[in-house]
Design a binder for this molecule. Structure first.
Ligand code: RB5
Length: 152
């Protein structure tokens, strides 16, 4: 799978670890940075290009890390077509894709360790959207919000 990844300083150490594991697992990795540790960098500067690459199909799925994962998720969800969430449990890493068609996982480099992060990422990448009618209906209502229509 072609996987995009981005982090600010808050997740830089975790991102470096994850990139190595992804490559070892046979994934193609597009690293949107940060490419060095800079305590003054800003997560929107790396998360936004990643989010756009997910929507544009340049990568199949995205991983965005910051200190807590909160800023990364808030930022990523501003890009139409992105379905991002802060995920720190195994169940949601799978079900978020199966039910909600998650295409970008967010996590906190200061809140989880490398083993849990890797489990979440493997689970997220292995999961597939169910295509179930009820989930398509719900996602249609979510998508309508991006088009300025009201979802009931
Ligand atoms: C940066 O210090 C920190 O605020 C950022 O990485 C992230 O946690 C924001 O949500």
């Amino acid at each position: 799978m072609r996987v995009g990844i981005a982090t600010d300083h808050g997740g830089f150490v975790l991102k470096e670890d994850v990139v190595g594991k992804l490559r070892d697992a046979g994934h193609e990795v597009v690293d949107f940075g940060a490419h060095s540790l800079n305590q003054d960098d800003d997560y929107p500067d790396v998360v936004t290009p990643l989010a756009k690459a997910v929507v544009g199909g340049e990568v199949d799925r995205g991983i965005a890390i910051c200190g807590s994962g909160v800023g990364a998720s808030v930022c990523a969800n501003k890009i139409p077509g992105v379905r991002a969430a802060l995920i720190h449990d195994h169940f949601s890493a799978r079900q978020g894709v199966e039910d909600d068609h998650l295409n970008l996982i967010c996590m906190g480099g200061r809140t989880i360790g490398p083993a849990v992060a890797w489990d979440l990422i493997q689970t997220f990448l292995a999961a597939e959207f169910s295509q179930a009618e009820r989930h398509l209906r719900r996602l249609g209502k979510v998508a309508s919000l991006e088009q300025g229509l009201r979802a009931r």
